[in-house]
Write a protein that binds this ligand. Structure first.
Ligand code: LER
Ligand code: MN
Length: 288
C-alpha cells in the first residue's frame, strides 16, 4: 500500500508519451511470463496505481469470459485492453493451426475466431503466438506453412468486418519451428495478403533471432501491430542488457502508436517486476 502511494506520486513526473500495459492471465497457466494470482481485480488495481495505461489479457477460452463483468472491472481501474493473448490454447490444450489432425486445426481456427467479439469490444489485437504450432514429425515445412497461411487468411477475413486485427508473433527457435524472425514474419504477411494481419514484435525473441533489432523494427514498419518488452533474461526491462531507448526510438520512428506491453517473468515477484518495468521505461530518454 505504502509503495503504491509513493509511485503514484513519482510516475506522473516522468515521460508518459508511450502507452504501457502488462500481461495478466485470466486463468491458471503454465506460461511463466503471464501472471495469474487468482485476484484479477486486485492485480488490475495495482497496475493502475503504478501508472499503467492498459492490461494485455491472456485468455485460453473466451467463451468462459463474461465480457460485461470484465469490461466493468477494467473500466473501474481506468485501463484499456490493447491485446488478447491466445497461446494457452496451445500450451494447455494442444490446439494448433499446423497439426496434422484436421480436426485440431479446425478447433484452433474456431478458437481464434471466438476471440473476435472480445477483441471487437475492447478494440484489442488478437495475438497469434504459439497457437500457430510447430512443424510436427512427418509434416513438411511447406505443408505446415500452407496450413498456417490458410488458417490466418480465414481468421483475418472473419475478423475484418468487425474491425479486428490479428498479430503474429515471431517466436524464438527454442519454442517453435515456424516463424522465428521478423523477416519470416514479413514474408508471411506478404503471402497472407490481409491488411488486418500484422506482427507482434517481442524484444526477448528478437534478442535471440535478429542480427540488428532496431533495423528489424524499421523493416517491419507499419506492420507492427503490437509490441512486447522483456529484457535479455526475460526479466523486466532494465534487469538485463538490452538497449530499450534505442529499440523504442526505432519503434516510434516507424510511426508506431500502440502499446508497449510488459511480458516478463514475475521475478523476484510480480509487484516488484511491474514497478521496476514502469519506472525504468518512464525514465528513458525517448524521442517524441
Ligand atoms: C508469448 O507472447 C511469447 O512471447 C512466447 O514466448 C510464448 O511462449
Ligand atoms: Mn511475447
Amino acid at each position: 500500500m505504502g509503495s503504491a502511494i509513493v509511485f503514484q506520486w513519482l510516475i506522473p513526473e516522468m515521460e508518459a508519451s508511450v502507452k504501457l500495459s502488462i500481461v495478466l492471465s485470466t486463468q491458471q497457466t503454465h506460461f511463466q511470463a503471464a501472471t495469474f494470482s487468482g485476484d484479477l481485480d486486485g492485480d488490475l488495481k495495482k497496475i493502475s496505481m503504478l501508472g499503467y495505461n492498459g492490461v494485455e489479457l491472456a485468455i485460453r477460452e473466451p467463451n468462459l469470459v463474461d465480457i460485461d463483468s470484465l469490461d466493468q472491472m477494467v473500466a473501474r481501474h481506468q485501463l484499456q485492453v490493447p491485446a488478447i493473448g491466445t497461446g494457452q490454447a496451445w500450451g494447455e490444450e494442444g490446439l494448433s493451426f499446423t497439426d496434422p489432425d484436421a480436426s485440431i486445426r479446425s478447433k484452433a481456427i474456431q478458437r481464434i475466431k471466438s476471440h473476435i467479439p472480445l477483441a471487437e469490444h475492447f478494440h484489442a489485437v488478437i495475438i497469434i503466438g504459439l497457437i500457430r504450432g510447430i512443424v510436427k514429425t512427418n509434416v513438411s515445412q511447406t505443408q505446415a506453412m500452407d496450413w498456417l497461411i490458410e488458417a490466418i487468411a480465414d481468421c483475418s477475413q472473419a475478423a475484418r468486418s468487425y474491425g479486428v486485427r490479428l498479430a503474429l508473433e515471431p517466436i524464438n527457435r527454442y519454442e517453435t519451428t515456424l516463424i522465428n524472425s521478423a523477416a519470416q514474419g514479413m514474408e508471411l504477411i506478404q503471402r497472407v495478403g490481409a491488411d488486418n494481419f500484422g506482427l507482434l514484435l517481442d524484444t526477448f525473441h528478437m534478442n535471440l533471432e535478429e542480427a540488428n533489432i532496431e533495423e528489424s523494427i524499421s523493416h517491419c514498419n507499419k506492420h507492427v501491430f503490437h509490441f512486447h518488452v522483456a529484457d535479455s533474461n526475460r526479466w523486466y526491462p532494465g534487469a538485463g542488457h538490452l538497449n530499450f531507448a534505442s529499440m523504442l526510438n526505432s519503434l516510434s520512428d516507424s510511426g508506431y502508436q500502440g502499446y508497449v506491453s510488459g511480458e516478463f517473468f514475475p521475478k523476484p515477484d510480480f509487484d516488484t517486476a511491474a514497478r521496476e518495468n514502469i519506472l525504468y521505461l518512464r525514465g528513458l530518454d525517448l524521442k517524441d
